[in-house]
Ligand binder design. Structure first.
Ligand code: FES
Length: 223
């Protein structure tokens, strides 16, 4: 089918070129051409927008919050560490309670020849609380505990006696009391030879002179 030919303008219709009517449909319909848009005001250069103030305050606030957060974090970490340390300490005490380790009551002190005749050996006083005495062909061990109230006497070699610092009791080298409030001699402890020839002491067995126990062969060694 053939396309309809373009209609020709009537006698009273202005001759408007087709391109103009396409651009301005109002022309095609015969209306007045639209008034030209008001000329845009001269594009005066816009005043430079006042630069927004640097957001120093806005920046400072998050920074402050961040620091506060870090401070609290550090505080929390310290508290956590302290609590953990306390917990571990308590746990350690649970598994390893305070125990007083006493020295053994049976122990060796060496060979008879290690002890000079006429001498009071004080090497074992601090650890085992005994003196080893060698005299007149015997070796015996005295328990270093005053028979008055239990203080530890001192050996005074120059005065050839044991002297208690608490109330002044005095004991001869043999252990016999002779001054002060001590009511009886020092006690001796069991002494014998071990299989290897050393002197073996047993503090679990004591001998009291007033009970006639110093004659017990286990209360001295013949050398
Ligand atoms: S405890 Fe030794 S004299 Fe009193």
């Amino acid at each position: 089918m053939d396309a309809a030919p373009p209609s020709r303008p009537g006698p009273n219709e202005p001759n408007i070129p087709a391109w103009a009517s396409r651009s301005h449909p109002d022309l095609k319909s015969g209306g007045e051409p639209p008034a030209p848009a008001a000329k845009a005001a001269d594009p005066k250069p816009a005043p430079p927008a006042t630069a927004a103030p640097k957001p120093a305050a806005a920046k400072a606030a998050p920074e402050l919050e961040r620091r506060e957060f870090l401070n609290w974090l550090a505080l929390g970490w310290i508290a956590f560490s302290a609590a953990s340390a306390a917990g571990l300490t308590a746990l350690g005490r649970f598994f390893f309670p305070n125990v007083l380790f006493e020295p053994p009551s049976v122990f060796k002190v060496g060979y008879p020849e290690d002890f000079a005749d006429g001498n009071v050996d004080e090497r074992f006083k601090e650890k085992f609380r005994i003196w080893v005495v060698r005299e007149a062909g015997q070796i015996y061990a005295l328990f270093a505990q005053c028979t008055h109230l239990g203080c530890t006497p001192n050996w005074l070699a120059a005065e050839n006696k044991f002297k208690c610092p608490c109330h002044g009791s005095g004991f001869y080298r043999s252990g016999i009391n002779f001054e002060g409030p001590a009511p009886r001699p020092l006690e001796r402890v069991k002494i014998q030879r071990a299989e290897d020839g050393q002197i073996l002491i047993d503090k679990g067995v004591v001998y009291a002179q007033e009970k006639g126990q110093w004659s017990d062969p286990s209360s001295f060694l013949v050398v």
